[in-house]
Each structure stands twice: as C-alpha cells, then as structure tokens.
Design a protein around this ligand. Sequence first.
Ligand SMILES: [Zn+2]
Length: 200
Amino acid sequence: MNWIDNVKKNIFPLSIEKYSLHIALEEWYFDHMEDNIEADSTCQLCDHFPIRYKFLITNHITKKQLYVGSECILRFEDENYSLKDENGNFVDNDTLNNAKNIALKTMLLDYLRTVDSLDPRDILEIIEKDKKLSPKMIPMFYRPYKHADDSMKKIMRKYLKVNLRKNVNQQQLHDFIDNNEWQAEFIREFMTTQQIEKYF
Ligand SMILES: [Zn+2]
C-alpha cells in the first residue's frame, strides 16, 4: 500500500468526506504536539513505527483525533495536499518547530511546578516569557536539575538561559566564580559558548 492509500484508509473513517482526500483534509487542522519520550507510538496516518514527536490533528466536525509523525505532516505538501492549523495557516516546518518548542517548554514548566523549593510565580513567568535568568537565579535549579532524567536535563539546558547583558549580572557571575566554585560551575552549564569565552 502506498502512502496516500494508507492515509486515505485511516482518515476517511473519521471524516465526513469519504472520497476526496483534498476535501477530507479541509475538515482537519493541526492541533498541538506531544513529546513521547519513549518513542513507542505509531503514526496513525501512515502506520509508521516508531514516532517520537506526536503531532495531534483534529477533525473539527467529527471531533476525531489522530496522532501523526512529523514526516507525514510535512509530506502532504510534497504530494500537493495541504493541512492547516487552527488559525487557518498552512502547516510547514516552522509550524512544527514552533509546536515542538511550546510542548517542550510546557513539559519543563510542568516539571518545575512539582518542585517545592522553587517559587513558581516569578521564575516560571520568566521562563514562560522566554526571558533569561540572572546568574543569581540559576543555582535555585540545582536540585531540580540533579533529580531530572536525561531528557529533562536537556530541556532545562535549552530553556534556562543566563542573562549577562547588564553589569550587575556580570558582577553576580564574577562573585560566584570568586567565592563559590560549585555554583559557578553549575551556572556555566546554562551559558552559551560565547558567554563562557567572554565571562568565564
Ligand atoms: Zn505517518
């Protein structure tokens, strides 16, 4: 069975339209992404196994949903089909990257909300708004980081950024480097290569 036939086989039973894939796809929109860390899911559109990132598409009439791999979603374009997101924009690589960003950040925020030692309001808001944290704030993540599994550690390194633009922040870092070696080493884990070269 080729890809298109497979897609039709899976999408028509959940759609009002039963004959044209072009028309059926108009009933569907791209919803959001979920990270399936175990990578043990099957693409419900083409039956490919395994998929790590599950992109959810929803039929706005039947309310049925399908978990789809990224390759499948992007392949529509190659085959001259199109899928839109909930705002009516065509789904492309940027849409998926953006969805992936949001999903990973949500996982991070959910994880950090389970950590008692963090004040959720201030810090979570800074992360949520993609703002950088001052060097003084980074050591607060020492315990959550130590207890995180490898994939959460990776997510933390991606989303916890150190703000070193202001003098006061650079001074904080230097105070750590001079007086508190392990905290300085910990902050270093979240700095960019350029920041390390410049300030460490
Ligand atoms: Zn697929």
